[in-house]
Design a protein around this ligand. Structure first.
Ligand code: DAK
Length: 258
C-alpha cells in the first residue's frame, strides 16, 4: 500500500520504514503518524518479515520532532488527543513482537528522539543530533519522552536534557547510553542491515518472547518480571524453534529455524 509520508520497503525478511517528509525534516504531523502506524501494522502482520528498521528520508534528519507549525494553534483537547495518538503509535513499536532498529541519520529532536527511544535498538550516524527541545517551545515532551528517557539513561541525565532543551551529538549520546553504536553516515544503513540479519538468523519466537519479557519486565517489580520471564521461557517449549535449536546444538550442527 502506498503511503504519502512514509516509504515501506521490504527486502526478504527485513522491512525498512522511511519517514518521508523532507520539506519539514521529516517532522511528525497527524497524517505522518497515521502512516507510520499503518506501516508498522503491515510489518507486524507480514509473516515474511522478522525485523524492521526505521530511518528518515534524506541525509540530514531522522525526525526533527512533532510538527511545530501543525501544533501551534491547538486547543487543550487537540493537544491531548495529538499526544495520545503519538504515544499510541510509539507504544505499538514496543508492543509488537518484531524487533525494531532505529537508524538515526541526523536530527532526532523532540518527537524524533522519542520515536528512537521507543525502538528496541538505536544506531546513530556520526552527524546525528539528539534532544528534547520542548520546554523551549513552552510544552513538555508529549510522545513518551518523560517516561522512556529516564528509564534509558537515568533520571538525572534525562532531567538535565529535558530541562535545558540541550542538543547533544552522537558521541555524547553513545557515552550516556542513548544509542548503542555510532557509525559514519555512509555506513549506517549497511550496519543496521547487518544487525537486522544477525537478529533474523535467531529463533523468531525466542526473539519476540525476549522483547516481551524485557519490555513488560521494565514496567514491573523484579519478582513480577521474573515470573513473566519464566512464563515466556516455558512458552518456548511449545514451539518448534526450541526443538530445532537444542537438537542442532546436541548434534553439533547449525540450527535451521523456520
Ligand atoms: N516542525 C515543523 N517544521 C519543521 C520542524 C518541526 N519540528 N523542524 C524543521 N522544520 C522545517 C523548517 O520550518 C523548515 O521549513 P521551511 O522554512 O523550509 O518551510 C525546514 O524544516 C528546514 O528546517 P530549517 O531551515 O530550520 O533547517 P536548519 O538546518 O537550519 O535547522 C533544525 C534544523 C532541526 C535545528 C531546526 O529546523 C529546528 O530547530 N527544528 C525544530 C526542532 C524541534 O524543536 N523539534 C522538537 C519539536 S517539538 C505534545 C505532543 C508532542 C510533543 C510535545 C507535546 N502534546 C500535544 C502535549 C512533541 C514536541 C516536539 O517534538
Amino acid at each position: 500500500m502506498p503511503y504519502e509520508n512514509v516509504i515501506l520497503e521490504k527486502e526478504g525478511s527485513l522491512a525498512v520504514l522511511i519517514v518521508n517528509r523532507p520539506k519539514a525534516l521529516n517532522a511528525l504531523n497527524k497524517e505522518t503518524l497515521a502512516d507510520i502506524k499503518a506501516a508498522l501494522e503491515d510489518i507486524e502482520q507480514d509473516a515474511a518479515i522478522k525485523v524492521a528498521i526505521i530511518t528518515g528520508a534524506g541525509d540530514k534528519s531522522f525526525v526533527a520532532g512533532a510538527d511545530i507549525a501543525y501544533m501551534q494553534n491547538f486547543s487543550v483537547q487537540e493537544a491531548r488527543a495529538f499526544a495520545a495518538f503519538g504515544q499510541e503509535v510509539f507504544r505499538f513499536i514496543e508492543l509488537m513482537e518484531k524487533p525494531v532498529i532505529a537508524a538515526i541519520n541526523g536530527f532526532a529532536l523532540g518527537g524524533g528522539c522519542e520515536l528512537a527511544m521507543a525502538c528496541d535498538i538505536r544506531l546513530a550516524a556520526e552527524n546525528a543530533v539528539f534532544g528534547q527541545p520542548e520546554v523551549g517551545l513552552g510544552v513538555t515532551p508529549g510522545f513518551g519522552g518523560t517516561q522512556r528517557m529516564p528509564r534509558l539513561i537515568g533520571e538525572g541525565r534525562a532531567k538535565e536534557l529535558t530541562y535545558t532543551a540541550a542538543s547533544i551529538k552522537a558521541d555524547e549520546a553513545f557515552r550516556i547510553g542513548l544509542v548503542n553504536h555510532v557509525y559514519p553516515a555512509a555506513e549506517l544503513m549497511a550496519e543496521a542491515r547487518k544487525m537486522a540479519q544477525k537478529i533474523g538468523r535467531q529463533a523468531t519466537t525466542a526473539v519476540g518472547y525476549s522483547k516481551y519479557s524485557i519490555n513488560k519486565g521494565m514496567q514491573v517489580d523484579t519478582d513480577t518480571g521474573m515470573s513473566i520471564e519464566s512464563s515466556m521461557f516455558g512458552m518456548c517449549f511449545s514451539v518448534e524453534d526450541q526443538k530445532e535449536g537444542m537438537n542442532a546444538f546436541v548434534n553439533k550442527r547449525k540450527p535451521n529455524f523456520k
